[in-house]
Design a binder for this molecule. Structure first.
Ligand SMILES: Nc1nc2c(c(=O)[nH]1)N[C@H]1C(S)=C(S)[C@@H](COP(=O)(O)O)O[C@H]1N2
Ligand SMILES: [Mo]
Length: 180
């Protein structure tokens, strides 16, 4: 009987428990560097294969799932750069709220995309209320293969020294933000 109880317990551990306890949502954006509220382990060359591909190493990092980012206050902004086919409605949290949730400090914010493109901004410049880390465009979730998982957007003229003739600096496919 004790043996049967142990068998039931083993079945519970191996079958029932893994079904009941969902894995944590996958990260879509990770803030690394001067981060006061890390929520994941430091860089590991095996686990963090894609970071390793770009030679990105870090001790402190805060990873956000899409759900994490949706839990922050959301803003909606309509933008139309001269090189776009049409105006588009973006939705997502302000970048400053994302950085605050990570406890990000420092002077420089570097936003890096899956394709290797990166843009660097002074911390003050991305702390304004017009700088949004978009998750949706025109009611559709941004995804990988499109311009997701996140798209850094701001209106023409919102960045000091910005060339407003195109959307240079609006990093699409953004997955990593380094603060230092
Ligand atoms: N991921 C990513 N974002 C990017 C770029 C890029 O090459 N990759 N180019 C930037 C520049 S220089 C411009 S003008 C706009 C538009 O680039 P696109 O024509 O390649 O979309 O996106 C900006 N964001
Ligand atoms: Mo560009």
């Amino acid at each position: 009987m004790a043996c049967f109880g142990r068998l039931l317990f083993a079945i519970f551990l191996s079958v029932v428990l893994p079904l009941a306890v969902e894995a944590k949502e996958a990260a879509v954006l990770t803030v690394t560097g001067q981060v006061a509220h890390p929520n994941r382990p430091p860089f590991d060359p095996f686990t963090d294969g894609f970071f390793a591909h770009y030679d990105i190493k870090f001790d402190k990092a805060h990873a956000f799932s899409r759900q994490d980012l949706l839990r922050l206050p959301q803003v909606r902004v309509i933008l139309h750069y001269p090189n776009w086919p049409k105006a588009m409605a973006f939705r997502g949290p302000r970048l400053r709220d994302v950085l605050a949730a990570a406890g990000a400090g420092g002077k420089t914010v570097s936003v890096q995309a899956l394709d290797g493109y990166a843009a660097e901004f002074p911390m003050e410049a991305v702390s304004g209320d017009k700088v949004v880390l978009a998750l949706d465009v025109d009611g559709h979730a941004l995804g990988i293969g499109g311009r997701g998982p996140t798209w850094l957007v701001f209106p023409p003229g919102a960045m000091p020294g910005q060339d407003t003739s195109n959307d240079s600096g609006l990093v699409w496919a953004a997955f990593h933000i380094k603060v230092e």
